[in-house]
Structure formats: C-alpha cells, structure tokens
Design a protein. Structure first.
Length: 375
C-alpha cells in the first residue's frame, strides 16, 4: 500500500496563518454588515418622522414634538438628546402636516413695488430677520401696477399665507381681504383705507433737514423729489422755509422721484435752469437720488459742500460711504420692521376672535449730519 506523504511543518504553518487571516476578515465583514443593518433604519430613510425619533430613543412622540418646539416642559438633557438625533438623522419637520394641525403655514407674503429701491431692499431684509426670529418664512413679490398687484395677492393666497405685509395700500382688493379676515399690515399711511399701518414722520424729518441747512448759512435751498401731500417730504420742506421767512422759489423745485438716474437728471435740469444763480443747497427725495445728483454736480465742477450742500433722505448704507459722506434723515428700519411684524402677529394670533380694525404706529426720524452739508 502506498503511504501518504506527511505534511511538512512549513506547509502547516502557512495554512494556519491563512485560516486565521480568513477568520479575522470574516469577523470584520460580519461586524460591518451587522453595524450597517443596525444603522440603516436611521440613516437610509428618505423621510425621518417624529415617531421614528421617538421609537429610537424609546420615548413618546409628544415628548419629541415638545422638545423640537422648544417647550420648557422638557428637561434640557432630554431635549438635547432629541435635537442631536434629529440633527444627525437630517430630520425635517413636515410643514404640510403641521399646517393642517395648527391651522396656519407660518408663511407671510410681503408685497413690494420694486426690488430696485435701495431703502425698501434694506427694510425688506430687516422684515425677513424679524420673521425668521419668530420662525416664520416669507414670500417677497413685486406688484408695480394694479394688475400685477392683484395677481400677486392671488398668488400669496394660493400659498395659504398667514398674513400680508404690503408697502402700499393702492389696491381695494387688499382692503377686501382684510375685511374678510386675512391679517394685513401696511408700511406707509393708507389714507382713508381701514388698514393697520406703520409709518415715519417724514414731515418732521424734512423740516429738521432744512432747518439744519439754514443753520449752516444756506438760504437758496432747492428741492428735487416728489411734490405731493401724501409723502409729506415736500410739505416739510415748505414749512421750514416759511418758518425762517424764506420765499419758496419755484425755479429750484423739480418734481421728480426715483433712484440715482432720476437724481442725475434732476441736477442737470436744476443747473441748466439756474445757470448764473445756482442754489447753495439741494434736498433730494431720497439718498439714491442725492448720490446721483451729487456726483453730477461734482462732475460739473461744483464744489460740494463749499458751493452747494447736498442732502438725502432714508440713510441707506451707501450714504455713509460716498464722498463726501451724505447728510440725510434716518428712517429707523429695524424699528419699522419690528413694528410691522409685531402688529401682524397680533392679528394672526387673534384671528379666531378677529374683527376689522385699524392700528397705527408713527415713528420718529433722526437727522444724520455728514460732510456733504458742512463746509
């Protein structure tokens, strides 16, 4: 009989090493696979719900809901655990379900006349920050005429907004919505329309500005801006001149409002019309117009402020950085935004007992003196 060859010692050692290696590899793969199975329910779900969070942490769904709503009823340690898991699992609240339960969307419609107006852009940013602090979102839309205005209102209602902040009360539709129960607040006095609003005393702001120019020795003061009673800048300008026994000269008044381009145009008209007898100061409707007009005056060889003082209105960010720095009247944007949002929140929270009413808040402006008016 043929004898089997004995395995060599080196061969046995090599096989034992291979066996140990394969065992270790299998163990690692098994561990990874089991770990994957354990974490798949948490990480692979496309939508993580409050119930899922509650099941993982072995707590009630109501506890999760309260913790995610910053309820003081939940212990800080428990709330921290819930929030940490929600963060790691990319939990997102079901806003549609929440809207059905709560009866509101936490969405506010903000209706502007233009995205180009610098002051309204800065004010809109403050409104966004105020709403965000109260956990509300915002839709910003533009309605530049009556037809667009009506369309934008319909669009916001289709999105089930909880309320509307409008920069104009030009549409009767806004009044009808308010009277039918939709919370509405307006920036600027809506006149005879029964809408709640926040406004700034522009009459007093203009009066302060002209008084400042007169105190600096200026007496032939031009006005380039909207000449209408609704805005109150022009009436404030007129009042300050009368208070100081200065005649109102129609040749230095230009009825024009807008942005930088209109400021340039207004200054060109003023310089051409008054060649040889230029005004020694100009009050512009807003800062953007003033910056454009001041640049045109400087390009025309006029020394600002030595020969002509320039002032604006609004105190937009560029006013402090242009050369020379622009004297202006500050409309308190943060305060305006806070008042608008708080006024709207009152209507939203009282909606169940809602009835048409008008609330108003008039804020005071501040004179900001810079180099453009001080020679």
């Amino acid at each position: 009989m043929e004898k089997l060859a004995k395995p060599q010692p080196n061969s046995l050692t090599k096989k034992n090493k291979e066996l140990k290696y394969l065992t270790r590899v299998n163990f690692v793969l098994s561990f990874v696979f089991l770990s994957f199975l354990c974490f798949v329910p948490i990480w692979s779900k496309s939508v993580m719900t409050q119930k899922d969070l509650a099941d993982i942490l072995h707590i009630s769904r109501s506890t999760v809901s309260l913790a995610l709503s910053d309820s003081p009823k939940i212990k800080a340690e428990t709330s921290s655990r819930i929030r940490e898991l929600a963060r790691k699992s990319n939990y997102q609240p079901d806003l549609a379900a929440r809207s059905l339960v709560m009866g509101k969307t936490n969405l506010i419609g903000v209706l502007l006349p233009s995205f180009a107006h610098r002051f309204l852009g800065e004010l809109s940013n403050e409104i966004f920050l105020c709403l965000n602090a109260k956990r509300f979102s915002a839709i910003f839309v533009v309605g530049s005429n009556a037809e667009e205005y009506s369309q934008m209102l319909d669009s916001m209602l289709a999105r089930k907004v909880d309320g509307i902040i409008a920069y104009s009360a030009a549409s009767e539709k806004l009044v009808r919505l308010h009277e039918s129960g939709t919370p509405v607040v307006v920036y600027r006095n809506p006149g005879d329309k029964p809408l709640s609003y926040v406004d700034v005393d522009r009459y007093e702001g203009s009066r302060m500005l002209v008084q400042h120019l007169i105190s600096m020795g200026r007496h032939r003061i031009a006005f380039i801006g909207g000449v209408n009673k609704d805005d109150q800048r022009f009436p404030g300008y007129q009042a300050a001149l009368r208070e100081n026994n200065i005649d109102i000269d129609e040749s230095v008044i230009e009825n024009l409002s807008g942005e930088m381009r209109e400021g340039i145009k207004g200054m060109q008209i003023l310089l051409e019309r008054n060649a040889g007898n230029l005004p020694d100061a100009v009050m512009f409707h807003n800062d953007a117009m003033a910056i454009g007009g001041m640049n045109e005056a400087i390009q025309s060889g006029i020394r600002v402020p030595a020969e002509m003082a320039i002032t604006g209105f609004d105190d937009i960010e560029e006013a402090q950085y242009c050369v020379p720095g622009l004297t202006t009247v500050s409309q308190p944007k943060k305060e305006i935004a806070a008042e608008l949002v708080n006024m709207l929140m009152e209507q939203i929270n009282e909606k169940k007992q809602w009835h048409p009413f008008q609330n108003k808040k008039i804020l005071q402006p501040t004179l900001i003196v810079r180099k453009s008016s001080c020679s």
